[in-house]
Each structure stands twice: as C-alpha cells, then as structure tokens.
Design a protein around this ligand. Structure first.
Ligand code: 3H9
Length: 658
C-alpha cells in the first residue's frame, strides 16, 4: 500500500512502499549533506525505528546524483548538529535493514552514507569515490575505516589516497557495492530490504579488515606518496587507512580529529578555492541565454604535434574529424600520427577496441580545402606566423559554410588581426590548446574584439564536450597563461642576476610543489625557440627596460638544453647536475652590469616570483583580459604546473604576509 509523502525536513522526504520506508534526499544541485539533510535522515531513522509496520529503509537521491558529499559551503562555518558520523552510525546500527539505492554519483560523505548502509545497490552509470584529498582533507565520516573493511587496505589506499572515483562495475569487482541494477534500481533495492528483513544486518563497521600482504600495502602507499609532493592530506589518508584494523571507535576518533584539523589548513582553503573556481569559470558574462551552434564535424588544419593531439581529443569526444595538411603526403603523415596516438590509447587501455574502431571511422584526412565545407568548426594549428595564418584564414573563409566557425590555436599572435583578414570576423575565436592537446585539460577560449556571443558559446560547449577546463580570455600578447608565465620567467631571470643560482630557484619551486623547476623545464623544452624569439624582438625592445642576457650567453655557447646535453644544467649520464660553467657565465653577466650578488632564501625566491605573477594578474584583471582571479589561478595550475594545493598565484600571493 502506498502512503502520502512524509516530510522529514525541507530536503528529505519519505514514502512507504509495501512496508519499506523509501527516503529520498532532495537537496539540489547535488544532494549535498547539509544540516537539513542530516536532520532529515535522523528523523527518518526515528520514524522507521518507532513504527512496527516499517520493515526497513531505502536511501536514495532525487535527480541524477545520489549524494555529492558533505556541503563544502559549510566548511569554515561552526559545525551544526547532528554531525555526519553520528548520522551514519545511526544508519549502521539500525535494527531494521538499511539499503542504499545509488542512483548517481556517490562521493565523499555520500559514499560514507552508503558504506553505513547494510547493503548497496547501484545503477551501472554511477561513479563512486572518496575525493576528499582533492579538497585537502581526509574523509571525515568513517570512509577511511569502513572502506578497508569492505575492500581491503591496498585498494582503499589507492582510492582514498588518490581521490579517484570508480564506476559501478569496478566498485562491484572491488566489493564496494553488492549489486548492480541495470533496470529498476528501486525495485532491486526494495527487494534487498525485504530479503534482509529479519536477518542479521551486515554492518560494515563490524567486519574485520581483510588480511593483507604487506608488499601490496607498500606498493599502493609508495605510488600515492610519490605524487603527493608537499601535500598533507594524502599522507594522512594513507596513515588512517593503514591503521584501520584497530577498534572502529578508535579509528573513527583519529579520523575525525585529522579531518577537522585538515579542514582548517591552508591546503584545504586553496583546494576549495580551486573547486569553486572551476565551477565559476563556466559562468561567462553576456552569454546568459545564448545558445551554442551545433557542432558535429571539426576540421583541423595542420596535423603536426598540436593538430594531431586536438584531433585525438575531438575523436574521443565523439566528433567527426577532417584533418587538412598542405599536400597529400603531409596529410597522410598526419593521419598516421593521429592513428598512432589512438593506438597508444588502445595499448594503454585508455580506450577499448570498439572505441578505437569508432574513432578511426570518424577520421579522414585531406589536402583539399574544399573538403572542409562539411565542417561546423575549423581549428587551425599551423606554424605560429601571422602571414601564414592570415593566408590560411582567407582561404578557409571562402570554402567553409557561412554558419561555420573558425578558430585559431595561436599562442602569441593577435587573433584580432587574423580575424580582420576574413570577411566574417564575428565567426572567429581563439582556441588555445596546451600540448599534448589530448592530455592537457586546459583550454584558453579567446574572445576576440568581434567574436559573436553564440560563437563564443560554441567554443565553450565544444570545450566541455572535449572534457577540457575552458577559461575565457581577452586578447593580449600570450593571453592569460603566457602573460603570467612571462612575468614569472622575467622575475626568475632578475633573481639570477641579483644573486640566486638556477638550482636554488628550481629547488625553491620544487619544494613549493611545482613538479619541476623553471630552469629544468627550459632545459627539457629546449632553449632555441625562445632565443629565436628574443632575437626577433631585439629591434623593438625598449633599451630602458631591464634585460637579462644570461640565457643568450648560454645559447651562444651551444647550451640549448637537454637535447644538446647541456643547458642551465649539465647532464652527465642523463642526470641533472649543477654546472660550474653556467655559474661562471652568470657571474660574468652580473659583473658586466656592476651587480653585487646577494643570497636569497627559498621563501624570498618564491615570494618574489608570486608577487611578479600576481602583479601581472592584476593588470590582466584591470584590462578586462581575465574575468576573475580564480580564472588566472586555474590557468596556471592546469597549464603551467603551479601546485593546486597552493591555490594558484593570485590566491597564494594574497596569503603571503607583506
Ligand atoms: C566530504 O564529503 C567530507 C566528508 O568525508 C566528511 C564530512 C564530515 N558541496 O560540479 P557541478 C555545487 S567533502 C556544496 O558543476 P556536475 C557546485 O559548486 C565533499 N556544493 O555539477 C555547483 O554549484 P553552482 C566530497 C557542491 O553535475 C553545483 O553544485 N565531495 C558540492 O558536473 C553543480 O556542480 C566532492 O568532492 C558539494 N559537495 O557534477 C564532490 N558539489 O551551480 C564534489 C557540487 O552554484 N562534487 N556543488 O556553481 C562533484 O564532484 C560534482 O559536483 C558532482 C556533480 C560529480 C557531484
């Protein structure tokens, strides 16, 4: 018999289906576990406990999410009762069966609620995980203690330490869920409640942690800790999971104290800034209500490293791709390069054979401009030279459909000048990919002076389908990323001249959390391209501006980086090493300018670099090139290796006491 809806709180309602209390969390947008939800769950448990007619509880989420986790907006506010561990303990200790019907993402506290239930059934499309470390915290409602009891310590270290989520199939194989219900999730969950009625509940917290092989634990630990450079949360998560075999209450108390401490850390504040910044980035001024144009076929001109990476990203997103290169031979070579990348994805099991076949079928290459007439969007990725790009855009303008969009992937040229060469500058925008384009998540979407709103909206929609993080930028040399990077590079060179050595600067950056110091990166990338650019710019350089010649001296001495076996460092047997020759070149350059070198601490080095980046960032904001500080931070984190747990240069500079 069906009963009317019971309101347990504004965000939790119940209905009785054949004696089962179906509890639905309805707290848009992601059913986060706000105080209202927690109170509603307790009220539902009270009701089930006190009503002899109720057999058990089914907990599910309204809409497409089960529960997106604790309400991150509540972090930083005084805690409100009931707290989540208590609610979950009540679920686990319910005398009547509690079943989680996982209808969509079950993340963080959401998965912890499911772990507290006696049985878990999920629909196949769901993702599950404990992503807390990505917010600089550890799970705070039993995740580190209950998960190992279900799936063992090594698998828990992997999931909790990395914060990665798994799909239902993997979750089932791991033992994280009991059942996948492809059709009729609610029916399957109701059946589970009925089956479990009158049985001894399987309480996760009362299970013994499976015996573990210590080599497997070490392996999982090493992998997580190697990636956790400078961050506290992953190491704490590993520690808690490793100790899960102790009594539950002891483990829970340790977990709670660690969670509360980390929640107040600067690392957590930085990662929350990144989290909300990513959600903000898609909110673009003037685009409210503007519909993107439909895009199914993308033309890519220039099938070199960048073009083929873009093609692979587009094929993976389900687009048809037509690659164009200057002649048949170049087009065929480009096609081979793209297939080679797809093959690599197949070998590394990033895609399966069916996906490979489908992607290969959607790819064609050509040397005839006219073949691009089928495209909805054409992205050029040819040599970064204004003349070359203008010629190309004039040609493309004549062959593509009037409603098709033209995008340039330039990194330094002015896309307004490229657009002005076409008859329809309003359909031109910049899509600045980062290399390798099928791997790097960042995409700068460049709004040119005359880009039409629906063209910009299309760029953003395509970026989303490509699973890129799109950041809108206005036109300035180097857009957001390379502008900030130039300021960073310039300041690092000033530091060199003022007295710091390359390895001191690199060590300070690496300790701060960059995967690699700036000078080591230069050596890896090669010093020649930037040298050629400096030589071109020499004629127009303002002689009153400070210019550091050290890099030029290195290039003149043939020190072009790792490929030459030497650059800012020496590389005996491939190992990076300080080279006294470089130290001497630097000393000579300082002496020629009459600079008396002084020493710098690692903190001074980082502070000066942050201040330079932040000053450039403020300029971009004042000039309207970047819309908000977090956009700048996200560009530097996702395109230039700035450590996410420091929040990006704007956030970090604001935290530094001056
Ligand atoms: C935790 O659980 C700690 C516990 O262990 C311990 C507790 C004691 N809270 O991403 P979207 C907002 S830590 C508040 O675009 P999607 C988001 O800001 C938490 N707000 O949607 C945005 O708002 P707006 C662990 C949240 O469909 C809107 O929802 N959980 C939360 O692409 C839509 O977001 C996580 O780390 C939240 N937890 O993806 C999961 N989550 O519209 C974080 C989202 O105002 N969330 N919002 O800009 C996600 O990964 C995705 O949001 C999700 C949906 C996959 C759920």
């Amino acid at each position: 018999m069906e009963a009317a809806a019971i309101l347990f709180s504004d965000a939790v309602r119940g209905e009785i289906h054949d004696g089962v209390l179906v509890v639905t969390i309805d707290n848009p947008p992601v059913n986060a576990l706000s105080a209202d939800v927690r109170a509603g769950l307790v009220a539902a448990l009270d009701r089930a406990g006190g009503d002899a007619g109720i057999l058990g509880l089914l907990i599910t989420g309204a809409g497409k999410t089960f529960i997106g986790g604790a309400d991150i907006r509540e972090f930083g506010q005084p805690p409100a009762e009931p707290n989540l561990p208590t609610v979950i303990e009540r679920i686990e200790h319910s005398a009547k069966p509690t079943v989680a019907a996982i209808n969509g993402a079950a993340l963080g506290g959401g998965l912890e609620v499911a772990l507290g239930c006696h049985y878990r059934v999920a629909s196949s499309a769901t993702q599950m995980g404990l992503p807390e470390v990505k917010l600089g915290i550890v799970p705070g409602a039993g995740g580190t203690q209950r998960l190992p009891r279900l799936i063992g310590i090594p698998a828990s270290i992997d999931l909790i330490g990395s914060g990665r989520s798994v799909k239902a199939k993997e979750a089932h194989e791991l033992g994280l869920i009991d059942e996948i219900a492809d059709a009729g999730l609610q029916e399957a969950a109701l059946a589970a409640v009925r089956r479990n009625t009158g049985q001894d509940p399987r309480r996760t917290g009362q299970l013994a942690v499976p015996a573990t092989d210590s080599a497997a634990v070490e392996k999982a630990k090493t992998r997580i800790l190697a990636k956790a450079r400078g961050q506290q949360a992953p190491a704490q998560a590993v520690r808690l999971v490793e100790a899960a075999a102790r009594p539950l209450a002891e483990g829970m108390a340790d977990e709670r104290a660690t969670f509360l401490k980390l929640r107040e850390s600067s690392e957590a504040a930085a990662l929350r800034h990144v989290f909300f910044g990513e959600r903000q980035a898609s909110k673009v001024e003037d685009l409210e209500g503007v519909s993107p144009r439909p895009v199914e076929t993308i033309g890519i001109v220039g099938l070199g490293l960048m073009g083929s990476g873009i093609a692979v990203a587009a094929l993976a997103a389900g687009y048809r791709v037509i690659g164009l290169d200057r002649d048949d031979e170049a087009a065929a070579r480009g096609g081979e390069r793209i297939l080679g990348l797809l093959q690599k994805n197949l070998s590394a099991r990033r895609i399966d054979q069916t996906a490979f076949d489908a992607q290969e079928t959607r790819l064609s290459v050509t040397a005839a401009d006219a073949d691009l007439a089928l495209c909805d969007l054409v992205i050029e990725a040819v040599f970064d030279d204004l003349g070359v790009k203008i010629d190309l855009f004039r040609r493309l303008d004549k062959v593509i459909r009037p409603d098709a969009i033209l995008a340039t992937n330039t990194s330094y040229l002015n896309p307004d000048e490229i657009a002005a060469a076409t008859a329809h500058p309003e359909r031109v925008l910049g899509l600045h990919f980062f290399s390798p384009a099928h791997v790097m998540r960042l995409l700068e979407v460049v709004r040119c002076a005359r880009t039409a709103p629906d063209v910009l909206a299309t760029g953003l929609a395509v970026a989303k389908r490509l699973r890129k993080l799109a950041i809108v930028t206005g036109v300035t040399e180097g857009f957001i990323g390379n502008s900030i990077f130039s300021a960073y590079r310039r300041e690092a060179e000033f530091l060199l001249e003022d007295g710091a050595l390359p390895h001191e600067i690199d060590a300070a950056l690496e300790d701060y959390g960059f995967p690699m110091g700036l000078f080591a990166v230069y050596d890896m990338a090669g010093l020649d391209i930037a040298w050629a650019r400096r030589k071109r710019q020499a004629v127009t350089r303002d002689p009153s501006e400070r210019y550091v010649e050290i890099a030029d001296r290195l290039c003149e001495a043939g020190r072009l980086g790792q490929k030459a076996g030497r650059g800012w460092y020496a590389y005996p047997e491939g190992k990076r090493q300080v080279d006294p020759v470089v130290t001497e070149i630097i000393a000579q350059c300082r002496a020629s300018k009459g600079i008396t070198p002084r020493s710098f601490t690692a903190t001074e080095i980082v502070d000066r670099l942050l201040a330079a980046m932040a000053a450039e960032g403020r300029k971009l904001l004042e000039d309207g090139i970047a819309a908000r500080e977090s956009d700048i931070d996200l560009v530097m984190i996702n395109g230039y290796g700035f450590p996410a747990h420091k929040g990006g240069p704007m956030f970090a500079a604001a935290q530094t006491p001056r």
